[in-house]
Design a protein around this ligand. Structure first.
Ligand code: SAH
Length: 383
């Protein structure tokens, strides 16, 4: 296997963000496809792996922790894995370049505005983290300043100075996190510039992204993934579609334009709220979202003998539950499109479904996170 150095990074291995930087990109793709193919071999074959054309700077959500080094200089970057020790990051190969430039400017401005970084041990100081989210299609940019206490001196001038260097910033939000916690964002928020959210477009749908909303980190590949999922679903316009583990409803919304009716189910209240707002924004009247455990919801649907033609399921890393899968078998949709961020639990769940009458027809691995170990896959099952 060719292992030529693909990219150099001064903090590779220290920061923990990448695991495969030493591998040529094509080798990474082969390596990932091979892993999925091996796990899914008993069930079916994979199509060509979907990789990125430009596998760099794909993270449109960038987070930097702020602090000081031993000499007292302000630093920003990622936490060394498993610690709260900051590894300084200047330019990251995975992160959006504008986001990184904004973080650098903030570091510079802190000095002139005499804003101190927060000290986790003493609770002294102000700025804890900066979160930047960039719209992939729209280019809108949101900056979230996470502070240890609610008052930010000269905040308007700070925004002015920041926007002077980065006029593409469309909104700035102060988030207050005064707790001793490893969570980045706190509960309280104050919009100090712009609308407090950005919008982005994926597969022709518009999505509203607030500081805390879930949105794909790599929107470019999310689009590829959804397109593949739609191709597998083969919706013609008359189907009733279920989007299980729907998050903010992205997959269901993309499917809604092509189906008769879409039902989305998701456990997180906040995500469901965003999903409902998204459906309204996109003027979709044939989609409904429910907050529930997907297993309970499926069981109730099976109990009521409801008809579902296509099921999209996109569970968390732990995979689906036996409750969900058993109810799915009872509901017996013609097609199931399983989107997975963990091929091991995907294989486990396929084992269950393939014993109960489903067959894997197609599958593809998608590289959502180049240079990392993460693998995404999408599989079509038919009854
Ligand atoms: N399909 C979405 C997100 C999938 S991430 C997208 O493409 O953007 C997996 C989602 O499953 C998360 O939103 C998580 O909150 C949700 N989830 C986890 N356990 C669940 C359960 N038991 N029932 C329903 N949803 C669940």
């Amino acid at each position: 296997m060719s292992q030529k150095i693909a990219f150099e990074c001064p903090v590779y291995k220290k920061c923990g963000g990448c695991q495969l930087l030493h591998m040529d990109y094509q080798v990474q793709l082969n390596h990932k496809k091979g892993q999925v193919a091996k796990l899914l071999k008993p069930y079916g074959k994979l199509e060509k792996m979907i990789g990125m054309e430009q596998p760099m700077h794909y993270r449109y959500k960038v987070h930097a922790a702020f602090g000081r080094d031993r000499k007292g200089n302000i630093i920003s970057g990622t936490y060394k894995e498993g610690t709260h020790q900051i590894v300084p990051v200047e330019n990251c190969l995975l992160e959006n370049e504008k986001a990184d430039a904004i973080i650098q400017t903030i570091r510079k401005l802190l000095k002139s505005f005499k804003i101190k970084t927060y000290d986790e041990d003493t609770g002294y100081g102000l700025l804890r983290h900066v979160l930047v989210r960039v719209g992939y299609q729209t280019g809108q940019i949101m900056v979230v300043l996470v502070l240890g206490s609610p008052i930010m001196p000269s905040k308007n001038n700070f925004v002015k100075a920041l926007r002077m260097e980065h006029p593409e910033i469309t909104t700035v939000v102060v988030n207050v996190n005064d707790k001793k916690t490893s969570m980045v964002l706190g509960e309280k928020e104050q919009v100090i510039y712009g609308p407090g959210y950005i919008e982005d477009e994926l597969c022709g749908m518009i999505f509203k992204i607030s500081p805390r909303s879930f949105y794909q980190v790599n929107p470019c590949m999310a689009q590829e993934l959804y397109q593949k999922a739609m191709e597998y679903a083969g919706i013609s316009g008359r189907e009733t579609v279920l989007d299980a583990y729907c998050g903010t409803g992205t997959i269901g919304m993309v499917a809604a334009g092509k189906s008769q009716k879409v039902i989305g189910v998701e456990l997180s209240k906040d995500a469901v709220k965003d999903a409902i707002a998204g459906a309204k924004k996109n003027k979709l009247s044939n989609i409904r979202f429910y907050q529930a455990d997907a297993g309970d919801f499926m069981e109730a649907m099976a109990e009521n003998k409801e008809r579902v033609d296509v099921v999209f399921m996109d569970p968390p890393r732990s995979g689906s539950s036996e409750k969900f899968l058993s109810a799915l078998v009872r509901l017996k949709p013609k097609r199931v499109v399983y989107i997975s961020c963990n091929p091991e639990t995907l294989a486990r769940d396929l084992n269950f479904l393939c014993k109960k009458g489903y067959q894997m027809k197609k599958g593809a691995a998608v590289d959502m996170f180049p240079f990392t170990d993460d693998i995404e896959a999408v599989v079509l099952l038919e009854n």
